[in-house]
Ligand binder design. Structure first.
Ligand SMILES: Cc1cc2nc3c(=O)[nH]c(=O)nc-3n(C[C@H](O)[C@H](O)[C@H](O)COP(=O)(O)OP(=O)(O)OC[C@H]3O[C@@H](n4cnc5c(N)ncnc54)[C@H](O)[C@@H]3O)c2cc1C
Length: 483
């Protein structure tokens, strides 16, 4: 354990005051502990819009986190500036020996932390980091040959073999809170002073912050055993909706994993698997940071996408004429959330039906998802695009109509986000262009006027996608080794 007299805990994507690795270690190591959060302009300035639900979510959480730390006898100074400069400066002002933080695995965050550590070191201070956002990180789970896993099932089996009560045990805060020092700093800067406006976040009734994470966790604990059979239906309350809370650390991953690990039901086992996917993609990003811009399987970087801008815009705006895709995109645009099944369907549609580079879709999701996480989003996109590790094989192409029939059989989800289709009979809700003129009149739908005609014919698009992938496959086969 790092022992020191004075410490500063730097909160980043771990916005809670309980079961917190860095805070717990700081409290156990130092006599006096201060806490800080920085609204980092390096991150905020790069956001594409000044209305961003994530910034508002963080802002709400910071207000709550400060109260939680005050209730423990401490405080939270909240700064607005470049974390690379703010943290070393504050460390100097407070005269701390070390800054404690939880590890981040994204390349930009790693570079930031290296820069902060160097500046701190120049004045004799340390940056000490801890594992908190995954159960197993970096190279804790490797193959027998000492290599990173790129196949999920093998990784999961190794993960399950390794996990035990110790790996999931909480990092205590309250019992050691005596070392916390109250903060004499100013108020939390307003959203406006950060340069952001309010979004519809509070209208969405999305449970916010630490209390919201707790409420969702308690709600899900009563449903977890049914997760396996309910999780794929977007109109059913099947998943946990905890992703944004995991993203910002308003809940403890260890607590969630304990909930699932301690139960003997298919639902709990399946849900634990999802948390393992999360660890899996973190380790992929850490071992293979090139995936940020490139295909995990390099041969797919030569795919010749069609990349039509008008099709991309139609996809973004939910105007493809395929109701399940359009409803999914509208859910994303209006709420910042998209159900997992729909992420798979809409991503597949963009890459395979419209033949648009997965990176464009990935960036669109990145700008809008409340739970946007580089590792999971990149992994999900590369899975759907068949370019990733352990991805969907390129010849398995989701049919947007049969996926819709299977997972939204009565079109309840579709009707919620596409009210124009509210009166369409169940039989045609997945492919409204198949309505007879009488049915269309009764449903008050005019295809091509108040709801678009399908932008592509799926059967035709499928053939073109197969040809696009086959071209890469055959040129890879003609590579040097094949002679
Ligand atoms: C194209 C695409 C993009 C995605 N982008 C993201 C993203 O930016 N951020 C994100 O958190 N998830 C992403 N996912 C994974 C998944 O869709 C979401 O985690 C899930 O829909 C969030 O809802 P939930 O919390 O109700 O999930 P639940 O079904 O309750 O799952 C519990 C938790 O497990 C984790 N999880 C579940 N599935 C995955 C997965 N496939 N990969 C990694 N972690 C997973 C999440 O943290 C989630 O909150 C993406 C999936 C796809 C196919």
């Amino acid at each position: 354990m790092t022992s020191c007299d004075r410490a500063l805990v730097w909160f980043r994507r771990d916005l809670r005051a309980s079961d917190h690795a860095a805070l717990s270690h700081a409290l156990m190591s130092a006599r006096a502990v201060w806490c800080v959060f920085v609204f980092d302009t390096d991150i905020l300035d790069a956001l594409p819009s000044r209305e961003d639900r994530r910034v508002e979510f963080i802002w709400h959480t910071i207000v709550e986190l400060r109260l939680a730390l005050e209730a423990l006898g401490g405080g939270l100074s909240v700064a607005h500036g470049r974390a690379r400069e703010v943290i070393p400066r504050l460390a100097d002002e407070l005269g701390v020996d070390a800054v404690f933080a939880n590890r981040d695995y994204e390349p930009d965050a790693i570079a930031r932390d290296v820069a902060v550590a160097e500046t701190l070191a120049a004045s004799g201070r340390r940056l000490v980091t801890f594992k908190d956002q995954c159960i197993f990180e970096k190279d804790e789970i490797l193959t027998q040959a000492g290599k990173p896993y790129s196949v999920f099932t093998a990784y999961k089996n190794a993960w399950l073999k390794r996990v035990d009560a110790q790996a999931l045990s909480p990092c205590p805060v309250e019992a050691h809170a005596g070392a916390l020092v109250p903060d004499a700093g100013g108020p939390v800067p307003s959203l406006a002073s950060l340069g952001f406006s309010r979004t519809n976040l509070t209208d969405l009734k999305l449970p916010l912050g630490i209390a919201g994470g707790r409420a969702l966790l308690e709600d899900f604990a009563g449903r977890i055993d049914h997760y396996a059979e309910r999780r794929d239906f977007p109109a059913v309350r099947g998943p946990s909706y905890l992703s944004v809370h995991l993203r910002f650390g308003t809940v403890s991953l260890r607590e969630l994993a304990r909930l699932a690990y301690g139960r003997n039901s298919q639902g709990a086992r399946t849900w634990l698997s999802e948390l393992v996917w999360r660890d899996f993609y973190f380790q992929i990003l850490w071992h293979f940071p090139r995936v940020v811009n490139r295909s995990f399987k390099p041969e797919f970087d030569t795919l010749r996408f069609e990349n039509r801008d008008d099709w991309f815009e139609a996809w973004c705006e939910g105007r493809t004429g395929y109701p399940i895709v359009d409803a999914a995109m509208r859910q994303l645009n209006t709420t910042g959330y998209m159900h997992n099944r729909l992420r798979m369907i809409s991503a597949s549609f963009l890459v395979k039906d419209l033949r648009i580079d997965w990176r464009r879709g990935e960036r669109y999701f990145a700008a809008r998802l409340n739970d946007y996480d580089l590792a999971a989003n990149n992994g999900g996109w590369q899975w759907a695009a068949s370019t990733g590790c352990d991805a969907q094989p390129y010849f398995r192409i989701f049919n947007p109509v049969s996926q819709s029939e299977k997972f939204d059989p009565e079109g309840r989800f579709i009707r919620q986000y596409l009210p124009v289709l509210a009166e369409v009979p169940n039989r045609c809700i997945h492919a409204p262009w198949t309505m007879s003129p009488i049915e269309a009149r009764a449903a008050r739908v005019v295809i091509g006027e108040n709801y678009p005609a399908p932008i592509v014919d799926h059967a035709e698009a499928r053939k073109l996608a197969l040809a696009m992938f086959a071209a890469v496959k055959s040129s890879a086969g003609r590579g040097p080794a094949a002679g």
